[in-house]
Design a protein. Structure first.
Length: 197
């Protein structure tokens, strides 16, 4: 399996790039976000890759970060989301923004993508919310600055993920813990299971 491609950019288009790696030109479909990181033709670049094998085709997808590639894998695991729709979804913002949208239950963010209707957007939230909680915990905890107790840091983390302050308080009600990461993870699991009021 092809996991990464390093070489000279031969072609740079809106939806794909071609990279010359040791004399072989690899065509990689890319999102708008990844395209921003690909330099002009003639320059060297490195992309993480995912090879999708179908009965009638082999398609290579390129990503500027492992985080984006991991989100691509999560998206195509959802019923009704193919690689092309996943790439279109990734073009709508950074991987971190999209992970936050999933954690916050922002289905409208995904409905804006061509090929994703209301039901599919809701399915993305339901199926991936629990999975992305762990990915976001570290980043949110690191983003929290200044002093404060664990509960207030966890509340700030939930607000940063898009929850209203009142929703954040409701998710934290009844939870106990000494570090904000644990509280945040538990609150996100609670939100994902639908136990929040």
């Amino acid at each position: 399996m092809i996991a990464a491609v390093r070489g000279e950019v031969m072609v740079r288009r809106a939806d794909h790039v071609v990279i010359d790696a040791a004399g072989v030109g690899y065509r990689l479909a890319v999102s708008a976000e990844t395209l921003k990181a690909v330099p002009a033709a003639g320059s060297d670049t490195f992309l993480h890759a995912e090879l999708i094998a179908r009965e009638d085709s082999l398609a290579l997808y390129g990503f500027s970060s492992e985080e984006e590639r991991d989100l691509f894998r999560l998206l195509i695991s959802v019923s009704g989301i193919g690689p092309k729709v996943a790439i279109a979804t990734l073009s709508g913002g950074t991987a971190r923004d999209l992970l936050s949208a999933i954690a916050a239950g922002d289905a409208k963010r995904f409905q804006a993508v061509p090929g994703i209707g209301k039901r599919t957007a809701e399915r993305i939230i339901v199926e991936l919310r629990e999975k992305v909680a762990g990915t976001l915990e570290e980043g949110v905890a690191l983003a929290a600055t200044g002093g404060g107790d664990a509960r207030s840091l966890a509340r700030d983390g939930l607000v940063n993920l898009g929850y209203a302050p009142l929703e954040a308080e409701q998710l934290l009600d009844g939870l106990s813990g000494e570090d904000p990461e644990t509280l945040l993870a538990t609150a996100l699991r609670k939100a994902g299971s639908g136990k929040a009021v």
